[in-house]
Design a protein around this ligand. Structure first.
Ligand code: ZN
Length: 273
């Protein structure tokens, strides 16, 4: 097996982490030891660690994400979650300055905070991110809780940001699920917009295996629309997907071997390392 970079991993080791229920469905313990062991077993060279949300809707503090990464022996790198407030934006920028080279990007939770990506509160962040070439990741599409806003989480909103900030590197997480073709169009249209394929499916539903086949067809079609795989990134959204399922999914895409390696490794290597 070739090398792999996972651009979308969660972990907190906290009891009120909302992803604990997903871990249970997948039979995962969802802790740092298990994560590092799974990464080694599955050839995951490195990964980006993102803050999961707690039961009260607040994300796990970025400080904790940085601490967990420090315990990973250079395998995990933090992405800072930025909330739509002046304080969160300025604190995040200070944190990047303090941890130079370690932090790999920013993440914005659109649907969970009912904020559009083009909200002016993010302008200082975008200026900094554009200047430093640190990508901004957006949770787009379906949300893990029923009372979040799909309107704000729709990937079409990214087009407006990309028009305004043409050198800002942006990642549409979860391929905008289920708006795959909308996402494909935005990735096709803008040279600095990427998409990850993390967290697309869950085990245990009646039609789970058929659903995976349907998703593989949708993502393959999206790739044909874009015309190449150069801005598509592998991710699990651990513990939402298991490593074995996520890797099997990339093998189901109807693309050639060279492109699979780009998705698994080379695209992320170029963008983050
Ligand atoms: Zn996630």
């Amino acid at each position: 097996m070739g090398r792999i970079i996972d651009v979308h991993i969660h972990c907190s080791e906290m009891d009120d982490d909302i992803l604990n229920s997903y871990a249970k469905i997948n039979g995962l313990e969802y802790n740092m030891k298990e994560l590092i062991d799974l990464m080694k077993e599955n050839g995951i060279e490195s990964g980006l660690l993102l803050s999961p949300a707690l039961a009260n809707g607040i994300p796990v503090p970025n400080e904790r994400i940085i601490e967990l990464c420090k315990r990973s022996n250079g395998r995990l790198f933090p992405v800072l979650t930025v909330e739509p407030s002046k304080t969160s934006v300025s604190e995040s920028l200070q944190m990047v300055e303090k941890n130079k080279g370690m932090i790999k990007g920013f993440k914005i939770r659109l649907g969970y905070r009912s904020v559009y990506p083009y909200d002016p509160v993010f302008y200082p962040l975008y200026e900094y991110a554009q200047m430093t070439s640190l990508p901004v990741m957006y949770h787009t599409g379906d949300t893990a809780v029923p009372n979040a806003s799909l309107l704000h989480a729709h990937p079409i909103n990214i087009d407006r940001v990309a028009n305004q900030w043409d050198e800002l590197k942006m990642i549409i997480c979860h391929f905008g699920n289920p708006w795959f073709m909308d996402t494909a169009e935005i990735v096709y249209k803008h040279q600095n917009v990427y998409a990850d394929i993390s967290g697309l499916f869950l085990r245990g539903a009646k039609y789970s295996s058929k659903y995976m086949g349907y998703l593989a067809e949708m993502i393959s079609n999206a790739i044909y629309h874009i015309g190449n795989v150069d801005k598509i990134l592998f991710g699990t959204d651990y513990p939402v997907e298991t490593y074995s399922d996520a890797i099997a999914f990339v093998r189901m895409l109807d693309i050639d071997e060279e492109d699979r390696e780009k998705i698994f490794y080379y695209n992320a290597k170029k963008l983050f390392f």
